[in-house]
Design a binder for this molecule. Structure first.
Ligand code: MG
Length: 554
């Protein structure tokens, strides 16, 4: 049954408990606050919530430095509050994914503390050590420009330890059987508490060989099959969504030839070329990126996104392409990060131009995959570039015009709420946009509702319809005798395009607009003539208005 593969046609919404809603007035978001906002998310059309790390942590890398995998950080509540939350989500038919950060732990984790203090500790081999500083210590940093090395000297152990990320995040020795067994135990624990799967952090590093003598890390792909097997045995519907920013040619290694490894991966390749398309108005590199990431097993799925909680990594573009995106969306050095990306939120990058925001969202919802939204983007939240590194786009959710945007009743929130200026909570907030039928929030809700009714995008095969104009992207999806067609104009000029009904396929003479009354019928010459406004887009179903009666897919 296609509905069983729920992740193929989901709407994922990613948020941090810390910055979403504070219920107890201590300035920090918590599970009780999030639970009170579930109806908001449900009403928006979200089917799956992805939570950033909320486990016990010193919080030096926004929770990506875990010190207890089996608990909720006390600032966010208790395990009891967590279960109340997953239960409340289930009551509304929503699923919960959580971050699984097992490439490394916090240096405060009891495993690392035991490992450094005692050479004979069973935890010693859970980390990666060297007696001398390895020659490649200056290579492979995840945060270049901020992080100096991948090996640091530990004064207690009197040895060097490996850390792909910051020095307070020692890498777990993930090839150790006991470490692997512990990862499975962590997954089993949280599925028992009601989660439907994991967004696995830094997958290529998790599965890589690690050590002082490793000059070229070798990925151990079959670890992914073992993770998946345990998950499916414990809970058939649970999934793994991998964060793996890799070359398209290795994608199938992550999915597995028969789809036996991870269920979903974020499509970083398309993400970067999508931003290049928005910056340059040229659809061709995006079309190429879509082709390059076309192969995947039938049960696998792409996670598509615009912005996430990290920088917009542009490392897979050519340097000329990257400069073009920087020039368009992050001209100041301060808007860029780690020599490869942009740390801003979506709305400020697009100058809060409603036409461009809709265009970007329309692409997100109609390119092949499952859309993953970021909290606050549905109301066009901005960023605070005075905050360090990636924190600039991790500010609290803006709910209303109340103090601190209604996020907290405390004097001092965990992170400042954006206030004043075009993106301040006084102007940009949920309450105001709820009341305005033409708001971005209400547009997003309508678009998500329609996207849920177009399973062709999730299940069907796409086809590019060639266009003489390179600023236009025309794609169709066919699935179970239904065809949908999407047209996007990437530039600020109005454009007229012609489409031969015969190129669209059977029934191609009539195109039913899914978002407005602006339908299209082919002329006597058998061609559609479609006038696209600046940054305009169209969602068409091929055939007449009676298409709903003909549907038999669900
Ligand atoms: Mg609180």
């Amino acid at each position: 049954m296609i509905k069983d593969l729920w992740y193929k046609n989901a709407v994922v919404y990613c948020l941090s408990v810390e910055t979403f809603m504070d219920s107890n007035g201590d300035g920090c978001g918590d599970f009780e606050g999030l639970t009170r906002r579930l109806d908001y998310l449900h009403g928006l059309g979200v089917t799956t919530i992805w939570l950033m790390p909320f486990q016990t942590s010193p919080g030096r890398d926004d929770g990506y430095d875990v010190s207890d995998y089996y608990n909720v950080d006390a600032r966010y509540g208790t395990l009891g509050d967590f279960v109340e939350f997953t239960h409340a989500a289930q009551q509304r038919g929503m699923r919960v994914l959580i971050d699984l950060v097992v490439n490394h732990t916090s240096d405060q984790h009891p495993w690392f503390q035991a490992a450094r203090k005692d050479r004979d500790s069973p935890y010693r081999d859970w980390y990666v050590w060297a007696d001398k500083k390895p020659a490649n210590a200056g290579e492979g940093m995840v945060f270049p420009g901020v992080q100096k090395s991948t090996w640091s000297f530990d004064k207690v152990a009197k040895r060097w330890y490996f850390h792909r990320f910051y020095d307070f995040q020692p890498d777990l020795n993930t090839s150790h059987p006991r470490v692997q067994a512990e990862i499975l135990k962590i997954m089993g624990f949280w599925t028992q508490l009601g989660v439907s799967g994991f967004r696995m952090d830094a997958v290529p590093f998790v599965i890589s060989t690690k050590g002082a003598d490793v000059t070229r890390p070798v990925p151990q792909y079959d670890m992914l099959r073992e993770f998946r097997e345990l998950l499916q045995w414990r809970q058939g519907q649970a999934i793994i969504l991998g964060e793996a920013n890799v070359q398209p040619r290795t994608n199938m290694q992550y999915f597995g030839d028969e789809g036996e490894r991870i269920h979903m991966m974020f499509n970083f390749h398309v993400n970067q070329h999508l931003f290049y398309a928005l910056a340059s108005g040229d659809s061709r590199p995006l079309a190429k990126a879509l082709e390059a990431t076309r192969p995947r097993p039938a049960t696998s799925q792409w996670g598509l996104f615009l912005r996430n909680h990290d920088e917009l990594d542009l490392g897979r573009l050519t340097s000329a392409q990257r400069e073009r995106v920087f020039a368009a969306f992050a001209p100041d050095k301060d808007m860029q990060l780690y020599d490869r990306g942009i740390r801003r939120r979506l709305a400020p990058m697009l100058g809060s131009d409603r036409r461009r925001l809709e265009l970007a969202y329309s692409l997100l919802l109609t390119l092949p995959g499952t859309p993953v939204l970021r909290y606050g983007d549905e109301i066009g939240m901005g960023d605070d570039l005075s905050l360090p590194e990636r924190n600039c786009s991790r500010t609290p959710m803006q709910w209303s015009t109340e103090p601190h945007g209604g996020f907290t009743a405390a004097e001092k929130p965990v992170r400042p709420v954006i206030s004043g200026g075009a993106y301040g909570f006084e102007h940009v907030n949920v309450a105001a946009q709820r009341r305005d039928p033409d708001s971005l929030l209400n547009w997003t809700e309508r678009a998500l509702r329609m996207r849920q009714e177009i399973p062709e995008v999730s299940w069907g095969d796409f086809e590019m319809l060639p266009q003489p104009c390179q600023s236009v992207l025309v794609m169709s999806y066919a699935w179970r005798n239904n065809v949908v067609l999407f047209v996007h104009n990437l530039v600020a000029d109005p454009l007229e395009i012609e489409l031969a009904a015969s190129a669209i396929g059977a029934g191609g003479e009539q195109l039913t607009n899914l978002l407005s009354e602006d339908h299209s019928e082919a002329g006597a010459n058998g061609r559609h003539c479609i006038l696209l406004e600046p940054y305009g887009y169209r969602w068409f179903r091929v055939g007449g208005l009676d298409y709903l009666l003909k549907r038999s897919d669900v």
